[in-house]
Ligand binder design. Structure first.
Ligand SMILES: [Zn+2]
Length: 269
């Protein structure tokens, strides 16, 4: 089974927003600063029904890429090289065509593509549904969160965050496995995209015991749906005490849970 198929199948067990890159391993090396990732020149693949919205999608993707890049830079990450992040983007105007395309793209069975597929990035290829399809998925899954048009931009930022995170892992650690466990890489993308925040209700912060409990539950696929808001809460709670760049640089460590526990309590002293 290819890593991609494993990745997709693992995600199908829990999935909602997207199909992410993979999990766990190794170490670091610093790269040059102040060079930004190239953001334009995406090849857009649109079905006939939305061809007339080409410039809208180009703008959406370009804006999302800029915002995600800026977030990583603000978080203290050096993003090296003039590299195109997203070369191709496929937008789907119905669930069936999107899921069928994904099955072909990843070489997997249709039933292994989540019914609620909304977006995924694979290398430099972004695949996502239209805003109206995402609204359906969002309202169905996230009943405690109010849909606004900005959610679509957040979806694209989330996916682009995966592309940037994957690039950091490849450049510094030689493998996308260094993106860390699922809860971390998804939580990081949720936080980058400012998803699942309610302006009226300040988010609670989790204690270490609660974080650890969720880590264990996530390994056993036992976090109840919707899972992504929980992943976001886990990472936001860690960010209160640990720098985001430090978390990213240690996420591939085989003892990630133990070392973040130590860092979490060191902050307190
Ligand atoms: Zn994701």
């Amino acid at each position: 089974m290819s890593p991609l198929v494993k990745k997709l199948q693992a995600h199908c067990l829990v999935c909602a927003i997207c199909l992410p890159p993979a999990c766990v391993q190794t170490h670091s090396e610093k790269v040059n600063r102040n060079r930004t990732l190239q953001r334009s020149s995406v090849r857009l693949h649109l079905p006939e029904s939305i061809q007339h919205r080409r410039s809208e999608f180009e703008t959406n993707i370009s804006t999302a890429t800029q915002k995600a890049t800026a977030w990583f830079e603000r978080s203290g990450l050096d993003l090296s090289a003039d590299e195109v992040l997203i070369e191709d983007a496929h937008i789907f105007d119905n669930h069936q065509s999107g899921r069928a395309y994904l099955a072909r793209h990843f070489g997997i069975k249709l039933q292994n593509v989540p019914l609620n597929f909304a977006g995924v990035v694979d290398g430099k290829t972004l695949m996502a549904v239209t805003p109206s399809l995402y609204q359906e998925i969002f309202e169905n899954l996230y009943k405690n969160h109010i849909w606004t048009r900005s959610e679509y931009e957040k979806l694209l930022i989330h996916e682009t965050a995966h592309a940037i995170h994957a690039k950091i892992a490849r450049d510094r650690f030689g493998s996308e496995d260094a993106m860390g466990p699922r809860w971390f890489l998804e939580g990081l993308a949720v936080v980058c995209a400012s998803q699942f925040l309610s302006p009226d209700t300040p988010q609670p912060r989790l204690s270490w015991n609660e974080i650890e409990d969720y880590i264990a539950k996530d390994s056993a696929n036992q976090i109840p749906i919707p899972i992504y808001p929980v992943y976001g809460l886990m990472v936001r709670s860690l960010q209160e005490r640990i720098a985001t760049s430090w978390l990213i640089e240690h996420a591939g460590d085989i003892n990630f849970t133990a070392i973040i526990k130590e860092a979490f309590f060191n902050h307190e002293e």
